[in-house]
Design a protein around this ligand. Structure first.
Ligand SMILES: Cc1cc2nc3c(=O)[nH]c(=O)nc-3n(C[C@H](O)[C@H](O)[C@H](O)COP(=O)(O)OP(=O)(O)OC[C@H]3O[C@@H](n4cnc5c(N)ncnc54)[C@H](O)[C@@H]3O)c2cc1C
Length: 574
């Protein structure tokens, strides 16, 4: 690729104004406590600006002599694509973000000085490219660091809370586990495991079959069934065994024993070192959104644009290519048209297909419309104190806790203090995130905030972790489409992929953008590959689709242990 010397983007008058409006606040204005959005919101770009394009947004495409990549979504994937293009080519990236802040699911929500991480985002990757990219944006903290713009190196602890007791995660065959479960229950687990090995279920059709065959019915009922069903909202017998094979690959009781033994004798060997690496992770001091806010600033510094409160509602096709996008300004409801040489989409696949004009073939629409998702609510609770734990500690040391108690809807509990002390305004308080898995529009999703907070506080009290009277402040965050699910219409996803792949200048990347269970690193790698293709003039998408396919990713790092916080599979044996 021949790189032309970088020059300021050629824009019509109103575009200059728009760009000025959209410029990110200076570093000194960063992290306003009262408002998570850092950018000056785009407003007033409608008609009447004298531009040749009656839509308001100038036609910044070929007429300016510079190719335009419209990037739908300002999450990790969209911003990675934008920064790669801005740094490495003369293609002008324009990021259109529907929300009022960047970072997508990986944003930080600020509430009264306290910061919430939706889901708890560990920054860990097997890819050196990703690790170096992150560290270049936010350098790891050193004793000499004076700035907040750093990555902390954090230790990971996550346990299971069940029977009002803490169990190691992944579940270990330790004396503590035996004490917690009691001898009678352990004996039942042993017998049922032996029975499952001697008389496995055949054919192994469902996730329930898969788990019982590997762990026995008693262990399945103790640690897998309730939590998995809480997360996915459907019975384990309706989830395919293939899903289990993909998500829980390499796990077995035998594997657990071997691993436990290996750990015992490994001492300081290489494998143990690799394990300890994933048990520590990088974490932006002010939460994951801090990193993505920095990336957005860099995109702008390199001449790209990041536009907030802009929802892409249409993709106009011409001659088999994506020619323009329709953008709704969420402030005034007006719609504008923006020409595109390339479209990089991180919007949910169902929305993308619905937005196509002319419409996608009926077969593609029917699969895309039926793609399943699981949605997510986080309730931030600021507590004066928690009930002391069994060891008398005022606060559990965990980053997050899987809640297995069957009599509450609560799925997981984040202890934000333990991710970064800087997430909490007053270090003497406990700042928690209570996570609920639900379906957009269902009874839980539709609860008014006050009732959602009351439910969360009552459940925390019911499982004995804190009294309702200890709650000082709260914040409810609803996250639609947090988990693209791999059942139902997903079986026919190939129909969608084959069709979108025929559009040479349209690139599907990221998590919901590809309907793939991608973490930040995988989302970024797909975005990088899309940027590579654009820079090198390639239209083949197979490399992008091959990211995160053979998921050896964490298994290579931690034998017999599935990924943790973003992957809702609760329990593994280590
Ligand atoms: C509970 C949970 C825990 C997680 N933990 C981890 C972890 O520990 N480590 C890790 O690396 N990853 C983790 N992840 C995964 C991580 O959040 C995602 O991989 C990442 O955010 C995906 O980036 P993305 O840009 O593809 O999508 P998103 O983050 O979803 O961003 C997409 C953006 O597009 C915008 N958008 C959507 N539609 C439109 C439209 N029509 N027009 C304009 N904008 C639009 C959205 O508003 C959003 O900002 C976790 C995820 C969850 C749900």
């Amino acid at each position: 690729m021949k790189h032309r010397p970088r020059s300021a983007p050629v824009m019509h008058g109103s575009c200059h104004r728009l760009a000025r409006e959209l410029l990110w606040r200076r570093a000194s204005d960063r992290y306003p406590e009262e408002n998570t959005a850092m950018s000056v919101h785009a407003r007033g770009t409608g008609t009447g600006n004298g531009n040749a394009n009656p839509s308001g947004l100038p036609d910044t495409g070929n007429t300016a002599g510079r190719r335009v990549a419209v990037i739908v979504g300002g999450g990790p994937a969209g911003l990675t694509a934008a920064l790669e293009l801005a740094r490495r080519s003369d293609v002008l990236p324009i990021v259109l973000e529907a929300g009022d802040d960047v970072g997508g699911i990986s944003r930080t929500v600020v509430h009264n000085g306290n910061r919430m991480d939706i889901g708890g985002h560990r920054f860990f990757s097997k890819s050196d490219w990703v690790m170096n990219w992150w560290k270049e944006i936010l350098p790891p903290e050193t004793p000499a660091s004076t700035s907040d713009a750093v990555m902390l190196l954090r230790g990971r602890l996550s346990r299971i809370y069940y029977l009002k007791r803490f169990f190691d995660y992944p579940v270990r065959l330790s004396a503590q586990t035996v004490r917690n479960l009691g001898l009678a229950r352990m004996a039942r687990i042993g017998v049922s495991y032996a029975r499952a090995r001697l008389f496995p279920r055949t054919p192994e059709a469902s996730l329930e079959d898969f788990l019982i065959n590997r762990f026995g019915r008693a262990l399945y009922l103790t640690f897998f069934k309730d939590y998995t069903e809480k997360v996915w909202g459907i019975p384990c017998e309706r989830i395919s065994a293939e899903w289990g094979a993909q998500r829980i690959k390499g796990l077995s009781i035998t594997g657990a024993l071997v691993h436990a033994l290996r750990k015992l004798v490994a001492g300081g060997d290489a494998k143990a070192t690799r394990t300890s690496l994933i048990e520590r992770f990088l974490y932006p001091k002010l939460g994951p959104g801090q990193l993505w806010q920095q990336v957005a600033e860099r995109v702008q510094a390199h001449g790209g644009q990041v536009l907030l409160n802009r929802t892409v509602t249409g993709i106009e096709m011409r001659d088999g290519k994506a020619a323009a996008v329709l953008v709704r300004d969420n402030a005034d409801g007006s719609t504008q048209r923006l020409s595109a040489d390339y479209v990089v989409s991180t919007m949910p696949v169902c929305d993308l297909v619905r937005a196509m004009d002319p419409p996608a073939p009926a077969a593609v629409r029917s699969v895309a419309d039926a793609l399943p998702y699981r949605d997510f609510i986080t309730v931030g609770l600021l507590l004066d104190r928690m009930n002391p734990g069994p060891d008398g500690a005022p606060m559990p040391p965990d980053n997050w806790i899987y809640v297995q108690e069957p009599d509450v809807q609560l799925g997981r509990l984040q202890v934000f203090n333990n991710w970064s002390p800087a997430l909490v305004a007053d270090p003497s308080k406990v700042w928690l995130g209570l996570e609920y898995f639900c379906r957009e529009g269902d009874a839980l999703w539709s609860l008014p905030d006050t009732e959602m907070v009351a439910l969360a506080a009552a459940e925390l009290a019911r499982i004995g972790l804190a009294d309702t009277g200890a709650v000082l402040d709260s914040k409810v965050v609803r996250v639609p489409k947090a988990y693209p699910a791999y059942f139902g219409a997903y079986a026919d996803f190939g129909v969608v992929r084959e069709w979108t792949d025929t559009i040479p200048n349209l690139f599907l990347v990221g998590r919901n953008g590809m309907h793939r269970y991608n973490n930040q690193d995988h989302s970024m790698l797909t975005a990088k590959l899309a940027a590579d293709a654009i820079v090198e003039g390639r239209t083949d998408k197979s490399a992008i689709w091959s990211v995160n396919i053979d998921d050896e990713y964490h298994e290579e790092q931690v034998p017999a242990q599935p990924e943790a916080s973003s992957r809702p599979t609760p329990v593994a044996a280590e």
